[in-house]
Design a protein. Structure first.
Length: 317
């Protein structure tokens, strides 16, 4: 009987040789299926960590979306500048009845992380991801800010990007933004007809390899530009297909060109200054940004403006 079974099995196998292949194939499929659980899981984790922020501000964007969020690019060692901003324009919470918030954008540096962690838990105003904090990673830093808006503050009306050596007149900016359309807006110190600097000693040197064309599309100086939230989202979205470029403000211009959005002026007079402006109360009340303001100057200017808030300037209505 046993002999009969064995021999008929043998005959069956001889007749249907494919079983010899089928069994290992099935086993392989089962093992692969089992493993793929882990593969999928692994990919999921990798994707998540790619998007994960190391530090997030305590925003109340979900419950009370602000009108304007100011995102300030800052380097690890600029604690004094951040502190001055927190005591001046970064402290403004309402302007013309609108909610305003200021957050700082930082990358990663092992040397400063512990200090930054303390600063973040104290002020809860830092947005950080895990990329090396260097000047030429500024584009990544700004895109991180736009990603934060997209994920955590989608109902904001306007987003400003500025730097830590700036004076920003948040009140006046809000006033002018309220007069504008709330969509399809990109404004700031508009730069037109500029092109790459091919002088190797320049901070803004760009090689032919990095950017072969001779002209840049219109863009706004990185010292301070403002966009409506829809533009912020569209720039973030298109950045996936616009090749990386190290000059952050030009990069945003390249994204805008792709989106066919032209930067506009916020006013018939110049309001954004990408250089120094001599301080005077009446002058500073009617402008939006001034560059190259050091922390002690910022504190002095702010105090002067606060102390004279009741005084009239020529031309006031
Ligand atoms: C975040 O802010 C809210 C008020 O805006 C406050 O009630 C809450 O305690 C804060 N959370 C943390 C972790 O600081
Ligand atoms: C940041 O990313 C690097 C790899 O790119 C990793 O080794 C490191 O652990 C990460 N740091 C943190 C704080 O997540
Ligand atoms: C930008 O950050 C990435 C990720 O941390 C790093 O690999 C790269 O070297 C940085 N680039 C520059 C120019 O610092
Ligand atoms: C607002 O948008 C409308 C329609 O797009 C346009 O006609 C109008 O000129 C815009 N106003 C301003 C102040 O830009
Ligand atoms: C994002 O970009 C893709 C093309 O890159 C486009 O098809 C899609 O409509 C865009 N989405 C938004 C919300 O802009």
């Amino acid at each position: 009987m046993k002999k009969f079974l064995a021999s008929s099995c043998f005959k069956l196998l001889q007749k249907h040789k494919f079983i010899l292949f089928l069994v290992p194939s099935l086993l392989t499929l089962i093992i692969l299926g089992y493993l793929s659980q882990y593969t999928v899981d692994y990919l999921h984790v990798a994707k998540l960590s790619d998007h994960s922020f190391l530090m997030l501000p305590n925003s109340s964007c979900q419950t009370r979306p602000p009108f304007l969020v100011l995102l300030v690019t800052s380097a690890q060692d600029q604690l004094v500048a951040r502190s001055a901003i927190r005591q001046t324009w970064g402290r403004v919470r309402t302007a013309h009845g609108q909610r305003v918030v200021t957050y700082f954008l930082l990358g990663y540096s092992r040397e400063h992380q512990e200090q930054l962690q303390k600063e973040s838990s104290l002020h809860k105003d830092i947005i950080q991801k895990n990329f090396t904090d260097t000047y030429y990673n500024l584009t990544l830093k700004v895109l991180m800010g736009l990603e934060w808006v997209n994920r955590f503050c989608p109902s904001v009306s306007f987003v400003m990007k500025t730097d830590s050596d700036m004076f920003v007149n948040v009140d006046y900016l809000t006033k002018l933004l309220l007069r504008m359309n709330h969509t399809n807006i990109f404004t700031g110190f508009v730069m037109r007809n500029l092109g790459p600097i091919r002088d190797k000693s320049s901070k803004w040197y760009v090689s032919e390899q990095e950017y072969p064309q001779n002209g840049y599309p219109p863009f706004c100086s990185g010292t301070g530009y403002v966009m409506s939230a829809d533009v912020a989202n569209r720039v973030l979205n298109i950045s996936r297909i616009v090749p990386h470029f190290k000059l952050e403000d030009v990069y945003i211009g390249l994204c805008l060109a792709e989106l066919k959005i032209d930067p506009v002026e916020i006013h018939s007079e110049r309001k954004f200054f990408n250089g120094k402006v001599t301080f005077s109360v009446c002058e500073f009340r009617k402008l939006i940004t001034v560059h190259q303001v050091n922390p002690s100057e910022l504190l002095i200017y702010w105090k002067s403006l606060a102390d004279t808030a009741d005084e009239h300037c020529p031309g006031d209505v």
